[in-house]
Design a protein around this ligand. Structure first.
Ligand SMILES: CC(C)(COP(=O)(O)OP(=O)(O)OC[C@H]1O[C@@H](n2cnc3c(N)ncnc32)[C@H](O)[C@@H]1OP(=O)(O)O)[C@@H](O)C(=O)NCCC(=O)NCCS
Length: 413
């Protein structure tokens, strides 16, 4: 008998199945050097996490973990379903279990009021079929310390000092000030990325940039690593700078390790403004993890945005791969976007055209809507990629509404 002949039940993973959940994850993503502690009633489910499983009889055949996050998009904080650890047992692959898990988990996310879902794919193709589009990437860049010796000194009195527990509110405020101007960053209010005392204990150091009035205007959290023969890298998880002199001051402090470390490995994304002060843009991309977004609630996500104070009315539609996943999915459909006084309202006009070719209005695929809403792609480029079809007369208005912010992410899950 094959898996497809049998009934597969998708449900939340209870404590009794938690060891199987962990074992299946280890099988796919690598067995951890130190085995995780056995789950207990206190530790399961993980705080803020919703583990889902597809069961073939009693056996766990596929799993994923949803984390409830909040992320910044267009000046608003959006309830976000972050998906991680998607795994199908080797013998059950090719049987549609990914879809079955997403049907259940996305349905529940919508019920909870989460208006978008995001994930880091190992292969983007899997998730495009579920309505996700690539909107950005989590990057690691290498900056040779020799280049940091040439960063100009600050001129406005900004200096560095080591962060202490009492500085955490100011560090959080600096992060929030940065994050609120981007599309994509998590608010870091939820585990495992909450900015609490662990920020200090988990790193070798957190260095602050403080201005002449002693205000925190940036910070860098860094890990020294081992050895001192200049082959090592200083790993910098965050380098957040609210002023150019804050960026210069932090880079110069990192550069002062030049006798004992060869390069900084910085977690970053996109055209990070903190890197603009580097001489000759001295940074090479070492790794990139794509970040994908799916809109779960069109009026909820788009309608939360704070946008330019223009007046606009644009009918549009959403049709294509992954436009109906799980119960309660209303992504597929005809919609009208109205913008006035910096606020956005989206209302449903009815059913979508049977196919994009029949559309009398601009028609996005789910992946195209995600990329456009995030400000990751222009309408012109979406048309080149086949993710936007239909009349083009409102394209520049649409771009003016959604194009003002860049996508940045700093937390990999
Ligand atoms: C990735 C994985 C979860 C896919 O499971 P699966 O049972 O093989 O997937 P399915 O056969 O149900 O395929 C689902 C869809 O993804 C597509 N797909 C599967 N693997 C793909 C790949 N490597 N690249 C592009 N598309 C892929 C399938 O074509 C299918 O598309 P369709 O629905 O449009 O036909 C499974 O191979 C696995 O556990 N791999 C190891 C862990 C891993 O990589 N997890 C992903 C982390 S983000």
């Amino acid at each position: 008998m094959t898996l497809s002949d049998r009934a597969v039940a998708v449900r939340p993973v209870e404590l009794a199945d938690a060891p199987a959940f962990q074992a299946l994850g280890a099988e796919a993503f690598g067995v951890p050097a130190t085995p995780p502690p056995a789950p207990t009633a206190e530790s399961w489910p993980p705080t803020g996490g919703r583990p889902w499983g597809a069961f073939d009889g009693d056996a766990l055949a596929a799993r994923l973990l949803v984390r409830g996050f909040t992320s910044w998009f267009h000046g608003a904080t959006l309830p976000t379903a972050g998906f991680a650890g998607v795994t199908v047992a080797a013998e059950a692959r090719g049987g549609g279990l990914v879809r079955a898990l997403f049907d259940a988990a996305l349905g529940e996310a919508r019920e909870r009021g989460e208006v978008i879902s995001t994930l880091y794919p190992s292969a983007a193709g899997i998730y495009q079929g579920l309505g996700y589009g690539i909107v950005g990437g989590f990057d690691t860049v290498h900056v040779p310390l020799a280049a940091l010796a040439r960063v100009a000194a600050p001129t406005d009195g900004t200096r560095v000092r080591r962060a202490e527990a009492a500085d955490l509110p100011a560090v959080r405020a600096a992060y929030d000030a940065w994050a609120a101007g981007q599309n994509g960053p998590l608010t870091r209010a939820e585990p495992p990325f909450a900015m609490d005392e662990a920020l200090l204990s988990d790193h070798t150091g957190v260095t602050l940039a403080v201005d002449a009035a002693d205000r925190v205007v940036g910070f860098a959290s860094w890990d020294r690593g081992s050895g001192y023969d200049r082959t090592g890298r200083l790993e910098v998880e965050d380098l957040v700078a609210l002023t150019p002199d804050a960026a210069r001051t932090l880079w110069r402090a990192l550069g002062s390790f030049g006798m004992v470390v060869g390069a900084v490995a910085l977690s970053t994304s996109g055209l990070d403004p903190a890197r603009l002060v580097l001489p000759d843009h001295a940074a090479t991309l070492a790794a990139r993890e794509a970040y994908m977004l799916r809109v779960l609630d069109v009026p909820g996500a788009l309608g939360a945005a704070r946008v330019a104070p223009l007046t606009a009315r644009v009918p549009f539609a959403v049709v294509g791969r992954g436009d109906a996943v799980g119960p309660g999915d209303r992504l597929r459909g005809a919609w009208t976007l109205e913008v006035a006084d910096g606020a956005v309202h989206v209302t449903r006009d009815g059913d979508a055209p049977a196919s994009p070719a029949d559309a009398d209005r601009p028609t996005f695929t789910p992946a195209g809507l995600a990329a456009s809403y995030a400000g990751a792609q222009s309408t012109a480029n979406l048309r080149l990629a086949g993710q936007l079809t239909g009349p083009a007369h409102d394209d520049l208005v649409w771009d003016a509404v959604w194009g003002g912010r860049q996508v940045h992410v700093r937390d990999y899950f």
